[in-house]
Design a protein around this ligand. Structure first.
Ligand code: G1P
Length: 294
């Protein structure tokens, strides 16, 4: 079975939910504390064993390319001032091997993934969506979310969708899966999928949350997938077709997932990641406690 070495991160969207900041700044560059959200995603991919990352870029997204590039003037300045810790932080991001393709028209997530066809060269690959940041608690033995999916792929083959159950009010915000549970596991064999269904038509409350291992067969299917929900080519619609011809598994991964594409979700991620930071957690918690007394 082919090893999962490549990942694609779609990042071409306009980020309209975060206007005005996204007018000139890619939403993927908004920081959770001091690190752009896309860096959390890239780090998860690398920690999961991914070797090559393709970012689907678009208009006004240059800042992402600059972020994963060397910065000679800044590096020299830090070097001269002996700021080795900061220099290491700057160099770490430059050392990551990232490739780019531009999606020229916003035709939907399915179309963005189709842009990765030649890069994947017929191999199964991973997809990570930038709106879903997952915190894996190493102290509880949790693996990065994508690593968990790769382990399922290594054991069962096919395609694997990273899922978690969501509350009924959130069902209409996600791709929802239906399938048969494999006894004694957190695994479902997918038989149907619906993109953002009304609660009344949802087959379950198991939502796909931004992590996928996908067979290359998806590209032929995407080429023939008509626009669906919202007039966009939906990855969910092509995955539903894929499940008819190859095994597609839904796996409920461990870890706390934040919807950073939503303002409240973004604020929650900011507060919780700050509380976990050894350098900030203590004083930030004291500040929040004082604030709650006001
Ligand atoms: C996309 C997918 C959806 C998935 C979601 C996860 O939707 O189309 O199936 O559940 O990501 O975050 P989006 O939120 O980009 O509209």
């Amino acid at each position: 079975m082919a090893r999962i070495k490549k990942a694609v991160i779609p990042a071409a969207g306009f980020g309209t939910r975060f206007l005005p900041v996204t007018k000139a700044t890619p939403k993927e560059m908004l920081p959770i504390v001091d690190k752009p959200t896309i860096q959390y995603i890239v780090e998860e991919a690398l920690a999961s064993g991914i070797e090559e990352i393709l970012i689907i870029s678009g208009h006004a997204k240059r800042a992402i390319e600059d972020h994963f590039d060397s910065a000679p003037v800044l590096e020299r300045e830090l070097e001269e001032k002996g700021k080795d810790d900061l220099l290491a932080i700057v160099r770490e991001t430059a050392d990551i091997n990232v490739h780019y393709i531009r999606q020229k028209k916003m035709r939907g997530l399915g179309d963005a993934i189709l842009c990765a066809k030649s890069f994947m060269a017929g191999e199964p690959f991973a997809v990570l969506l930038g709106d879903d940041v997952v915190y894996a608690d190493a102290t509880k033995g949790q693996q990065p979310a994508l690593r968990q999916l790769i382990d399922i792929y290594d054991a069962y083959g096919g395609s694997v969708l990273g899922c978690q159950q969501v509350v009924p009010e959130k069902v209409s915000s996600y791709g929802i899966v239906a399938g048969k549970e494999i006894a004694g596991s957190k695994l479902l064999k997918v038989s149907d999928m619906i993109e953002k269904p009304e609660l009344s038509e949802a087959p379950s409350n198991i939502a796909v949350l931004g992590r996928y291992i996908i067979s290359p067969t998806i590209f032929e299917l995407l080429e023939h997938t008509a626009p669906g929900k919202g007039g966009e080519v939906q990855l969910t619609d092509a995955l539903k077709q894929l499940a008819l011809v190859e095994p597609v598994w839904a796996y409920c991964f461990e870890g706390k997932r934040y919807d950073v594409g939503d303002k409240l979700g973004f604020l929650k991620a900011t507060v919780e990641f700050a509380l976990r930071r050894p350098d900030l957690g203590g004083p930030f918690r004291s500040y929040l406690e004082e604030l709650m007394k006001e």
